[in-house]
Design a protein around this ligand. Structure first.
Ligand SMILES: Nc1ncnc2c1ncn2[C@@H]1O[C@H](COP(=O)(O)OP(=O)(O)O)[C@@H](O)[C@H]1O
Ligand SMILES: [Mg+2]
Length: 251
């Protein structure tokens, strides 16, 4: 269980403290995917930076499985907006980097997991390539593979598909859900795309403009539905969300 209680973050700006996020509270059960949707600048990346341990100076409480969240104690996977691959390491080394940092030996069960995930994401044959020899979609798939290979307690994604063209994005979203269905990793991702939130979020959290607070949390009835993008329910839910978002974002 990820328990975020009255979290707020302020940044120093020209000598003043300016609140960028919060207060926000949410409880995320194991095996949930939360889609956090909010306007640009509302504090989405700030929220993920707290959860990933990059920001340590915050108010409120963040606990994972009853203990204060810490990247040292917990295994936290992070897929950043620009994929975060190290350009001087090949695909295989990028995929196993987190395991190496955590000092995990590549035993046969981990190797099996690596092979399975790389095959599933269709990057097995790219193992020896370097990031500059990959397309955007391929980099994205390596980044997803790396996150699942480390078997995280919590997976975070910051607008992970926004750099991809529309069709590559849809394919990447489908692959993500496919592999997520096998491992059911607790995930929080932020997005500004309603479509992405409906396609990938089991629950959808709508945030206000800056400093972001939660306007509404919705159980997504369409999560894990097949042929979603063509369905009438999908269009209906998008338009409902648009209405709530417009109110919250005061557009
Ligand atoms: N390091 C920083 N110093 C000062 N202000 C920041 C810093 N990072 C972000 N901000 C401000 O905090 C607010 C939230 O930023 P961010 O979390 O990046 O929003 P989002 O990801 O939703 O676009 C914005 O107003 C932004 O300008
Ligand atoms: Mg951001």
């Amino acid at each position: 269980m990820l328990d975020i209680n009255n979290l707020s973050v302020s940044y120093k700006s020209q000598g003043n403290l300016v609140t960028a996020l919060g207060p926000v509270s949410m409880k995320i059960a194991p095996g949930d995917i939360y889609a956090v949707i909010g306007p640009s600048g509302c504090g989405k990346s700030t929220l993920l930076n707290v959860l990933s341990g990059i920001i340590k100076d915050y108010q409120g409480e963040v606990k994972l499985n009853g203990e204060q969240l810490s990247p040292k104690k917990h295994n936290i996977g992070f897929i950043p907006q620009n994929f975060g691959l190290l350009p001087w390491k090949n695909v295989q080394k990028n995929c196993t980097l987190a395991l190496k940092i955590k000092g995990k030996a590549l035993d046969s069960s981990i190797n099996e997991r690596i092979d399975y995930i790389q095959n599933k994401l269709d990057i097995y044959s790219l193992r020896n390539r370097y990031p500059n020899e990959l397309s955007g979609g391929q980099k994205q798939r390596v980044s997803i593979a790396r996150a699942f290979i480390m078997n995280p307690d919590l997976l975070l994604m910051d607008e992970p598909f926004s750099a991809l063209d529309a069709l590559t994005r849809e394919e990447a979203q489908e692959l993500f859900i496919d592999i997520w269905n096998k491992y059911k990793t607790t995930t929080v991702f932020v997005t500004h795309s309603i479509e992405e939130a409906i396609y990938m979020g089991k629950r959808i959290v709508i945030m206000s403009h800056c400093p972001g607070t939660i306007v509404k949390t919705i159980d997504n009835p369409l999560f894990n539905t097949e042929h979603l993008r063509e369905s009438e329910e999908y269009l209906k839910l998008s338009s409902q969300l648009r209405t709530i978002i417009k109110k919250g974002w005061k557009i």
